[in-house]
Structure formats: structure tokens, C-alpha cells
Design a binder for this molecule. Structure first.
Ligand SMILES: Cc1ncc(COP(=O)(O)O)c(C=O)c1O
Length: 459
């Protein structure tokens, strides 16, 4: 294993949490009882948990020490001041409103910045983001480059906005009918694909000409910055923090799920430069989250988030992070397993269309695959295909995303390369008898964000 391709963990392990693998018979029972939905499995029944990278981060000794400095006053906590200073330093936005997690920020932004009937173009949808946009009368429009929908295509910056699509939308609908452009860095559902700085600059130039604001989904912005440093000309020698700061200089604000790149287990925030939007967000945050100086977080959580955001900017951390994910992607590719290429920043996505060509999308190939992967070796992933995409709000028909995938999401600072080997072995074993994977149908389909709590049975 080459140390440059796959650097060793840039930390020592000081505290451990035992994991165990239950028997195959037990796993068959567990998945059946969970209605073939990996969200409904108890964590103690999971051997390697790649359900999500959200809130599953391991905190550092410094973050834990920071937890002891929690100022749990109802208002004016010093931990908020620390968080506010840190976010302003790294992101450069004028105002910050704390929230309990990312969707809390999405809820506030969608309420204050979208008028019913307005369009909200974005570089591919994200489940909770689109839900809040639509709930507030927005019309989500996908403006990601076409290549992002092609799992097999290995090109850099697959998360880029297609400027022609954005230009056309502005021309057809009129700038006044566009609430804002939502740019995710990186793009989760495209496979954790990054957006280039050149593209961000160009989106800014185009929107500025029409007076349209840009709000980033900053959830994995540090991972995005690493890809820019690694792959975009002119950035190799720039520190990660400078790249992040430049990225955000091309926007008017952001929503942030701190549960990812802030290296914590809970928390989020909303940022903006506009004073009026800030006033509106502060008025609303007290309704949904709490005082503008805690927004649903404990003081100690805000302290850990401020420290975590600073740690995330360290090159050694982010290099190991992205390359550990790539290690799993490389192992699977070497074995001929179909995945979304190139491997993105937070996860490896199995391409269920090519993994299970015998299953039509109507019987949920990715959901079936992820359930069987759990049975194979106790590895838990998540469906990111037709089930996650949900139904069209107006027609009631299923959205049919081109990408039908299983996401194997790597928690930050939690697992070792050897764990990645085991995951690869489990996937390869399952691939050997993939024709036995059976399709599923709903027995319970929730009305909103159905993938979280839906139940299935074999067809
Ligand atoms: C790209 C993206 N945006 C927003 C969110 C929502 O954040 P949270 O889970 O903290 O509400 C997530 C979480 O998975 C995400 O991946």
C-alpha cells in the first residue's frame, strides 16, 4: 500500500467502541424485521456501519475537552460567540444563524427566500433540501451537468453546474421568478462529486448579471476544497482554508449540516450576507429551533463544532479522509464491481443498475441490494435511487433518477483501511451471487421522505 496514494491515519486511537458480527441467520431475521430498510436496523446488529457520514464522526480529544467548556446559558452563550467567529473566519459570510442540523437551516432559508411559484435551480437534488424548497412553494430544477447522471463516466468535477441550463432557465422564466441558485459542494447524490472553482466563478458571474443570489449547500465544503487543490490548476499550493474562503466568496450565504465537515455529531447553521434576510431568519429561528444564540444546540455542541471546523481545514486530515474513501473505491473497481466513477469525497456508490441488471427500477434494485449486503456480512449502507427520490409533488408519480445506487458512506475518523478491505470483500462476495438478489415492493410508504421509515417485502 503506497503511503502517498493511501496515507496512514493522521491520529492515534485513544478510545474504542467494540463492534461484533452476528450470525447470518440472525442477520436474515434482523433485515426481515426491519422491513428490508437498513434505516430500521438497530446499530448493535451492524458490523461495519456505512449508513451515513452524518453525525457519525469521531471527535478529537480537543473537541471533547471543548465540550467541558459548554456555557449552557439560555442566551448569549460564549460558545456561540466562538462558533460565530470561527464560521466567519473560514466562510467569510456576514451573519450566522445556528440550527439543530442542516435541514433546520434549509427550513429557515426556504421560508424566507422562496415565494410560492419561484424556481430553485440546483446541481442535483438532495432529499431534505428539495423537500423544504417544495414545501414552501418552490419548484426545484436540476441544472447539474448531464455527465453527473452517468455513473460510468470518470471525469473530474462532475458536480459542476451546467451554465447553459441555468442561462436557459433564467431566459425562459425570468430572473424575478428564480428564488436563488442552490449550489451543493460536493454533490451528495451524484456520488460526492465536487464543483470546480472555475465553475463557481462562472455561476457567480452569470447570476450577478441577473441579480440572482447563490446559496451554497456547504455540508461537505472541505471535501470539495480538497478536490480543487488536488485537481484544479493553480490551487495545488493553496491551503484548504483559503480555497474554502474563495469558494464562498462566490455566493451570498449557505446552509450547513455540521454533522459532516464540522466533525461533530449534531449541529448546523445558516449563513447570509443580506441584513434583511438575517433579520427574517432570526425572527423565525426562535419558532423552530431556539434563541439565535443556540438554535437547538447545547453550548457544548457549538464549542465542539467550532473546534471541529478548524480541525477539518488541516491538510493531513482531509487528505486521509478523501483517500480512505478512494481506497475502497479502488478496491471495488479492481474487482470489477460497478460503482459511480470517479469515487467522490464521502462515499462509494454501488451502481445497482449494473450490479443487478435483472431487476427493473420498479422493484427497487438498490434497496434490494443494500438489504442483501447487510445479510452478506453485516455491512450497512443506504439506498440512493428511486426510493430516496420519492414522488412528484403534483403528479404523484415516482421520480425516476438515472442513478440507482447503494451508498457506502465512510464516517470520518472512525474506521481503518482494514475495515475498508472487509467491506470490499463483502461486496465482492455478494457480486458473485448477485442474480439471487430479489426485488422488493412497499408494504408501508410514508408520505414524506419515504426512504427513512418505509417498509418492504420481497416481490
Ligand atoms: C448534501 C446535504 N445537504 C443537507 C443535508 C441535511 O443535513 P442534516 O442531516 O444535518 O439535516 C445532508 C444530510 O445528509 C446532505 O448530505
Amino acid at each position: 500500500m503506497n503511503i502517498h496514494d493511501y496515507p496512514a491515519e493522521p491520529f492515534r486511537i485513544k478510545m474504542i467502541e467494540p463492534v461484533k458480527m452476528i450470525s447470518r441467520t440472525q442477520r436474515e431475521q434482523v433485515i426481515k424485521e426491519a422491513g428490508y430498510n437498513t434505516f430500521l436496523i438497530n446499530s448493535e446488529d451492524v458490523y461495519i456501519d456505512l449508513l451515513t457520514d452524518s453525525g457519525t464522526n469521531a471527535m478529537s480529544d480537543r473537541q471533547w475537552a471543548g465540550m467541558m467548556l459548554g456555557d449552557e446559558a439560555y442566551a448569549g452563550s460564549r460558545n456561540f460567540q466562538h462558533l460565530e467567529e470561527t464560521v466567519k473566519e473560514f466562510f467569510g459570510f456576514k451573519h450566522i444563524v445556528p440550527t439543530h442540523q442542516g435541514r433546520g437551516a434549509e427550513n429557515l432559508l426556504s421560508q424566507i427566500a422562496i415565494c410560492p411559484g419561484q424556481y430553485v435551480p440546483g446541481n442535483m437534488y438532495f432529499t431534505t433540501t428539495r423537500y423544504h424548497q417544495e414545501r414552501n412553494g418552490g419548484i426545484f430544477t436540476d441544472i447539474i451537468r448531464d455527465e453527473a447522471h452517468d455513473a460510468h463516466l470518470d471525469i473530474p468535477f462532475k458536480g459542476n453546474v451546467d451554465l447553459a441550463k441555468l442561462q436557459q432557465l433564467i431566459q425562459e422564466k425570468g430572473a424575478e421568478n428564480i428564488a436563488y441558485v442552490c449550489v451543493a459542494v460536493t454533490v451528495n447524490l451524484a456520488g460526492g462529486q465536487p464543483v470546480s472553482m472555475g465553475n463557481l466563478r462562472a455561476v457567480r458571474e452569470l447570476t450577478a448579471r441577473h441579480g440572482i443570489k447563490i446559496f451554497f449547500d456547504a455540508t461537505r465544503c472541505v471535501e470539495n476544497a480538497y478536490f480543487i487543490k488536488e485537481q484544479e490548476e493553480g490551487y495545488a499550493d493553496k491551503p484548504i482554508r483559503e480555497i474554502v474562503r474563495e469558494m464562498f466568496s462566490y455566493g451570498d450565504g449557505c446552509t450547513m449540516s455540521g454533522k459532516k465537515d464540522c466533525l461533530v455529531n449534531i449541529g448546523g447553521f445558516l449563513c447570509m450576507n443580506d441584513d434583511d434576510l438575517f433579520t427574517a431568519a432570526k425572527e423565525l429561528v426562535v419558532v423552530y429551533e431556539g434563541m439565535p444564540s443556540y438554535g437547538g444546540m447545547a453550548g457544548r455542541d457549538m464549542e465542539a463544532m467550532a473546534i471541529g471546523l478548524r480541525e477539518a481545514m488541516q491538510f493531513e486530515y482531509i487528505e486521509h479522509r478523501v483517500k480512505q474513501v478512494r481506497y475502497l473505491g479502488d478496491a471495488l473497481k479492481k474487482a470489477g464491481i460497478p460503482i459511480i466513477e470517479p469515487t467522490g469525497g464521502h462515499a462509494v456508490f454501488l451502481d445497482a443498475r449494473r450490479f443487478c441488471p435483472h431487476l427493473p427500477q420498479d422493484v427497487f434494485p438498490a434497496q434490494s441490494l443494500v438489504a442483501d449486503l447487510y445479510v452478506e456480512w453485516g455491512v450497512r449502507g443506504m439506498e440512493r435511487g428511486i426510493v430516496s427520490a420519492g414522488r412528484d409533488k403534483n403528479t404523484g408519480e415516482n421520480h425516476r433518477p438515472k442513478l440507482e445506487t447503494v451508498r457506502l458512506t465512510i464516517p470520518r475518523r472512525v474506521y481503518t483501511y482494514r475495515h475498508m478491505d472487509v467491506v470490499a470483500e463483502a461486496v465482492i462476495k455478494l457480486y458473485e451471487h448477485r442474480e439471487q438478489i430479489k426485488g422488493l415492493r412497499f408494504v408501508y410508504e410514508p408520505k414524506q421522505l419515504r426512504f427513512f421509515t418505509a417498509r418492504f417485502e420481497h416481490v
